[in-house]
Design a protein around this ligand. Sequence first.
Ligand SMILES: O=C(O)CCC(=O)C(=O)O
Ligand SMILES: [Fe+2]
Length: 311
Amino acid sequence: MAKALQFPIIDLSSPDRISTARSIRQACLDCGFFYLMNHGIDDELVQSVFQESRNFFSLPVEEKMNLARKEHRGYTPLYAENLDPSSSSKGDSKESFYIGPLESISTCDLNQWPSEEALPCWRSTMECYYEKVLHVGKRLISLIALALNLDEDFFEKVGAINPPYAFLRLLRYPGELGISSEEIYGASAHSDYGMVTILASDGVSGLQVCREKFKQPRVWEDVHHINGTFIVNIGDAMERWTNCLFGSTLHRVMPTGRERYSMPFFVDPNPDCVVECLKTCCSESSPPRFPPIRGGDYLEEKLRITYASAL
Ligand SMILES: O=C(O)CCC(=O)C(=O)O
Ligand SMILES: [Fe+2]
């Protein structure tokens, strides 16, 4: 049995930004995960996105495959991804749908959308949620900049979020899994690749975190759902910027026998932005641990490994 874990709760509506930034800093130093409350997105909207997600995943598989993933947008079937190729050769037992930058943000819309006949409110619901959660992401990133003793618009100035490069991913983990000789994960152990991830889940358990990724054996702790909050975690780009001061924490989703829906929103750095160690996070005794890298190059390489290794 995994131990249960309680992350700090950050109140996004607090007028005291300095104190909020201080709490975020502590959460990022401790484990890189926290709950976000009073984020300003109505639960009614979140529930309608879950409902539209259920509507999509219950379409016949041929119809879903008409929207098969291209340019990182669209549908990926069960077992098509493997987030930790070292732990299992079979892919992860989840299906997903990715929505990238919208027409209003990006010069070209590469998204794929289900037909209006099949799912009339789908696109407008997803676009509405995407815009709102992106706004939350931008507010969080300016608080993270403050938490790093930087100007609050630091990540804008270095081109990380203008234009923003964020992906909403709808996930469905089936309840029933067939018999397999290998251990099957809903999502195998990984850290997220971008700056920050904002996760909504339907409350079904399964998400686990390993707070010390370099320690063996790994200790996994259950993450509880708190109604009305998002779970936020730091991704690899932020780990590289901060020279591991803010670590990207390993997490995974274990099958529990119950169907589960979740929707992570990944705020990745703009592909042209160079992610390099912040001056405030290195010194002679603590030199940069990673070379500078274009955000796009890092993401492409991680996605290539994720999809290449699944059967
Ligand atoms: O489904 C979840 O709760 C987490 C999913 C996740 O970690 C991911 O997609 O990166
Ligand atoms: Fe993740």
